[in-house]
Write a protein that binds this ligand. Structure first.
Ligand SMILES: Cc1cc2nc3c(=O)[nH]c(=O)nc-3n(C[C@H](O)[C@H](O)[C@H](O)COP(=O)(O)O)c2cc1C
Length: 445
């Protein structure tokens, strides 16, 4: 017969209860948090061109999760109509470009929302609109988004927050709202990677005699610290002394394997002959071996990502060759030769940036195709978009073989011209599809 000692029984029952309570607590805490791809109660939708809103979306998700909420970030590109109609809680973080337009990754969603003929009465949302008040349509897309959501019955959780040039006060206001939502004051640190001290190595004028403004190749190494990591497509932010504007961004033209950051900087020359503060300082005034404040900024929309395994058409003008050079160096180092470079500037004799690299790649068979468009060499101006139009059949073939298209360079003229040439070659549907698949990527400024 079993001896049922009441004291032992009570101890055993207590231990069982404690164990059950521990299991319940563990289950509760694990069910409250979620991995990025799992279902989430809070969706943080960002539309970002150069990564600011994407970065803030990541910080927003981290803050909500600190409070135990299930949250995940998604690019606006990836939000389907059904998802919007069924959503209960979305925080939008969006920038503005052009004439109050969305960034590329928000264009499809904006069109879809504009044509949406359904009630969004179940949706609770908030908008963080990033912009720059020196543009006429300050925060134009954030304002449009807010109005369009309200017009369809969606309910704002709190008033739209507008951040002028990433103004810290506005970001703090957004953080404050999040702390309320998440019920925590224990928010993570939102500061971007700190600026470090970098030393200028060489500065070489790349286009002596050019009809355009001088372009310099500037090399930089960390002063004392280790070289940080970055990927082809990433940018640096530079804060020049006495520059009242926010940090200037430049595409990185080199890879960590080069042991230094290389930039192509065009000297900004004003009508009265004076120089821009940042470019003047970087190209001319800062003494060589002087240190500058700089940090690397990830630019995930313009990295290789899944396109590393695809053929690639790389299109750019002027200093836009910088970002393309980093991509080509990376791809060629990884044995990919299915690269088609389309580059344009003014005169071949003066403006053939990165000519040594391009010649060597061509000699080694690392460029399957090369198209150069020097606009002032012929009787008629000829730009990269004309080179593309002339080879529309080749564009179609490359895309049919799975190619991705990367465009880097000036927003004015080049980006729209290239877009139109691609549209004519591929048609709206196919270009939209490439965009949706992340195979049409732009770093334009
Ligand atoms: C070429 C260009 C055009 C812009 N146009 C506008 C504009 O019309 N209205 C505005 O409020 N901000 C404008 N901005 C500022 C951006 O919206 C702002 O810098 C934003 O923080 C960028 O966020 P993102 O990095 O997530 O794209 C413009 C910026 C650039 C570079």
């Amino acid at each position: 017969m079993i001896n049922l000692d009441p004291v032992r029984l009570a101890v055993a029952a207590g231990m069982l209860l404690a164990y059950a309570a521990m299991c319940f607590a563990l289950w509760r805490s694990s069910s409250k948090r979620c991995a990025p791809d799992e279902a989430a109660d809070w969706l943080v939708v960002y539309a970002s061109q150069t990564g600011t809103c994407e970065y803030l979306a990541g910080q927003t998700v981290a803050t909500l999760r600190t409070g135990g909420l299930r949250a995940r970030a998604a690019s606006m590109d990836d939000i389907a109509e059904a998802q919007l109609r069924n959503a209960n809680r979305i925080l939008f973080i969006v920038s503005t470009y052009g004439e109050g337009d969305p960034p590329d990754s928000g264009a499809r969603f904006a069109g879809m929302l504009g044509g949406l003929d359904a009630s969004l009465g179940e949706l609770h949302y908030a908008v963080l609109a990033m912009g720059d008040s020196s543009y006429v349509n300050f925060c134009g897309f954030g304002r449009y988004l807010d109005a369009a959501l309200q017009a369809r019955g969606a309910q704002p959780l709190f008033q739209r927050v507008e951040a002028d040039r990433s103004a810290p006060a506005a970001i703090e206001a957004w953080q404050h709202h999040l702390s309320h939502l998440a019920g925590t004051s224990d928010a993570p640190d939102w500061s971007a990677p700190a600026y470090g001290e970098w030393r200028i190595g060489e500065r070489a004028l790349l286009n002596p005699g050019s009809a355009g403004a001088p372009v310099y190749r500037v090399t930089l190494r960390p002063a004392g610290a280790l070289l940080p990591d970055w990927q082809a497509g990433d940018l640096v932010q530079i804060s020049a002394p006495g520059d009242p504007a926010y940090p200037r961004e430049y595409s990185i033209a080199s890879l960590p394997a080069d042991g230094q950051i290389e930039l192509l900087v065009r000297l900004h020359v004003r009508d009265d002959g004076s120089h821009g503060v940042a470019s003047g300082w970087l190209c001319l005034q800062a003494p060589e071996q002087d240190t500058i404040q700089m940090r690397v900024r990830q630019h995930s929309r313009f990295q290789q990502g899944g396109n590393a395994a695809r053929p690639m058409i790389l299109i750019g003008n002027g200093t836009g060759i910088a970002g393309l050079r980093a991509h080509l160096k990376h791809r060629i180092a990884n044995g990919r030769r299915d690269n088609w470079l389309v580059f344009g500037e003014r005169n071949a004799a003066h403006d053939h940036f990165c000519r040594d690299d391009i010649d060597a790649w061509q000699r080694d068979g690392a460029l399957a195709s090369l198209s150069l468009a020097f606009s002032r060499d012929g009787a008629e101006p000829r730009y990269v978009q004309h080179a593309l139009s002339a080879q529309a059949e080749q564009v179609r073939q490359w895309v049919a073989q799975g190619a991705a298209i990367y465009v880097c360079g000036s927003l004015q003229g080049m980006a729209a011209g290239v877009h139109d040439a691609l549209l004519a070659a591929l048609g709206q549907q196919q270009l939209d599809q490439l965009d949706a698949e992340g195979r049409y990527r732009r770093d334009v400024y």
